[in-house]
Design a protein. Structure first.
Length: 436
C-alpha cells in the first residue's frame, strides 16, 4: 500500500490539530506574567488562570469519544477547529477575567479532543507499514506548534509593550481557521464507516486510500467487530492489559517533567540566573530542538520500532534530568550551563516518549473500544499534566525546589525504563487488528 494523495491529505490536515494543540499549550508561557498584571491576580488566581485550559483539556479528553463515535472523526475535527478559533479570538478581545477563563477553557476542550481524535483518525486511515510515521505527523505538528508559540511570543514581546499577551493568544486564530477550512477536504475514517454499518462506503474509502488488499482489510475489520459484538465496554477484564499499558505510558509521559519545562521554560531559565529576554530566546531554542528530534524519531519509528526509541530516549532523559537538578542547585555555574542538559532532555523526550505516545495509544486498543480507549489514555495524560503544571511553580518557589522537582522527574524515568524493558510491547509493522 502506497502513500496516496487521499491518504496524505487526511494525515497532514488532521495532524494540524496537533499544531493547534502545541501552540495553545505553549503560548501561555509567554502570556502568563502579562495576564497576572492586567487582571491583578493573586497567586491562587494566577495559577488557576494558567491551569484552566488544562482543566478543559481533561474534560475534552474524557468526552471526545462520544462525538468521535456518534458524529464521526471528520465532523469532530471540524468542531475542534471551531473551538480553537473561538478561544483565540475571545482571549484576545476580552477584558473580563471570567470571560477570559471561559475562552481558555474552550481552547482546552479543543486540545483534549484533538489529542484523542486526530491520532485515532490518522491510525484508522493508515497502513501498518506507514502508521508510525503518519501518526507521528501529529506529534511533529505538536512540537512545531510549540516552536511557533515560543518564536511568536519572543517577537511579540520585543515588538509590543502594551498588552502583548492579547497578540500572543490571538494569533492562534490564523492556523485555527486554516485547519477548519481544510478539514472539509479529508476522507472519513473507513473503520468508523464500517463500524456504523456503511460497508460499501467504508470499502470504497479503503480503496481510495490506496489499500491494494482493501477487501482483505475490510474482512479483518468486520471480523474484529464480530468478536466483540456482545460487550463493548472498555473497563472489562479482557482489556486490562491495554488499559494498564496506556495508563503507565501516559503517566510516565508527564512524570518526565515535559509539561513543567514547556509551560515554565522562561521561568526555569530565570531561576538559574538568566536575564528575562535571554530566557525567552532559550525557550525558543528548546522548541527548535524538540522539533528536530521529533523529525528524526519519525523517520525511525517504523524501521527500528517503538521500543528501541523508548529505551534510548529514556536513558538520555535520566542523565539530563540529573544534571539539570545539579545545575539548578549550583546557581553560580548553572546560569551558563543549564541550557545544555535541558536541550539534551528535550531531544531525548522528543526521540522517545514524544514520538511514541500518540502512536501507541492510537493502536493498542481494539476497533470497537478504540475511541473510548484513546479517551482514557489521553485523560490520564492530561490529568497528570494539570496536577504537575499546578504544583511545579509551588515547588519551584521552595528553597532548592527546582532541584527537588528535577530529581523527582529523574527517578520517575528510572521506573519508566523498567516499564519499557518488562511490559512495553513492540507494535511495529502490525495491523490495528493484530495489535490486540
Amino acid at each position: 500500500m502506497g502513500l496516496t494523495k487521499k491518504l496524505l491529505t487526511g494525515a497532514i490536515v488532521s495532524s494540524l490539530g496537533g499544531l493547534l494543540f502545541g501552540f495553545d499549550t505553549a503560548v501561555i508561557s509567554g502570556a502568563e506574567q502579562g495576564l497576572k498584571v492586567f487582571f491583578d491576580l493573586d497567586p491562587v488566581a494566577h495559577g488557576f488562570t494558567n491551569s484552566i485550559a488544562l482543566i478543559g483539556t481533561i474534560i475534552g479528553a474524557i468526552f471526545a469519544f462520544w462525538p468521535a463515535q456518534k458524529l464521526g472523526r471528520k465532523k469532530s475535527l471540524l468542531f475542534i477547529g471551531f473551538l480553537f478559533g473561538l478561544s483565540a479570538i475571545g482571549c484576545a478581545l476580552t477584558s473580563n477575567w471570567e470571560l477570559f477563563l471561559l475562552y481558555r477553557f474552550l481552547g482546552g476542550l479543543g486540545v483534549g479532543a484533538s489529542s484523542v481524535i486526530a491520532p485515532m483518525y490518522i491510525s484508522e486511515i493508515s497502513p501498518a507499514t506507514h502508521r508510525g510515521r503518519l501518526v507521528g505527523l501529529f506529534q511533529f505538528s505538536i512540537v512545531f506548534g510549540i516552536l511557533l508559540a515560543f518564536i511568536s511570543n519572543y517577537f511579540i514581546k520585543i515588538q509590543i509593550e502594551d498588552e502583548a499577551w492579547r497578540w500572543m493568544l490571538g494569533v492562534e486564530a490564523i492556523p485555527a481557521i486554516i485547519f477548519f477550512m481544510l478539514t472539509f477536504f479529508i476522507p472519513r475514517s473507513p473503520r468508523w464507516m464500517i463500524i456504523k454499518g456503511k460497508d460499501e462506503e467504508g470499502l470504497h474509502i479503503l480503496r481510495q486510500l490506496g489499500d491494494l488488499k482493501a477487501k482483505e482489510t475490510f474482512n479483518s475489520i468486520k471480523n474484529s467487530l464480530h468478536q466483540n459484538v456482545k460487550k463493548d465496554s472498555l473497563f472489562q477484564s479482557k482489556y486490562f492489559k491495554p488499559l494498564l499499558l496506556v495508563f503507565l505510558m501516559a503517566t510516565f509521559n508527564q512524570f518526565s517533567g515535559i509539561n513543567a519545562i514547556m509551560y515554565y521554560a522562561p521561568r526555569i531559565f530565570e531561576m538559574s540566573g538568566i536575564a528575562q529576554d535571554s530566557a525567552f530566546l532559550q525557550a525558543a531554542t528548546v522548541g527548535f530542538v524538540n522539533m528536530v528530534f521529533t523529525i528524526i524519531a519519525m523517520t525511525l519509528i517504523d524501521k527500528i520500532g517503538r521500543k528501541k526509541l523508548m529505551v534510548w530516549g529514556t536513558l538520555g532523559m535520566i542523565i539530563s534530568l540529573i544534571f539539570s537538578a545539579f545545575y539548578l542547585n549550583e546557581s553560580e555555574i548553572g546560569s551558563g550551563l543549564l541550557i545544555i542538559p535541558i536541550l539534551i532532555f528535550i531531544a531525548s523526550f522528543a526521540f522517545s516518549q514524544g514520538a511514541v505516545i500518540w502512536v501507541f495509544i492510537s493502536e493498542i486498543f481494539p476497533n470497537r473500544v478504540r475511541a473510548s480507549g484513546q479517551s482514557f489514555g489521553t485523560f490520564i495524560h492530561w490529568f497528570w499534566a494539570a496536577i504537575l503544571t499546578w504544583l511545579f511553580p509551588v515547588v519551584a518557589d521552595l528553597p532548592n525546589g527546582g532541584t527537588y522537582a528535577f530529581g523527582f522527574f529523574a527517578v520517575a524515568m528510572i521506573f519508566q525504563l523498567l516499564f519499557v524493558f518488562k511490559l512495553f510491547p513492540e507494535t511495529k509493522g502490525k495491523t490495528l487488528e493484530e495489535n490486540v
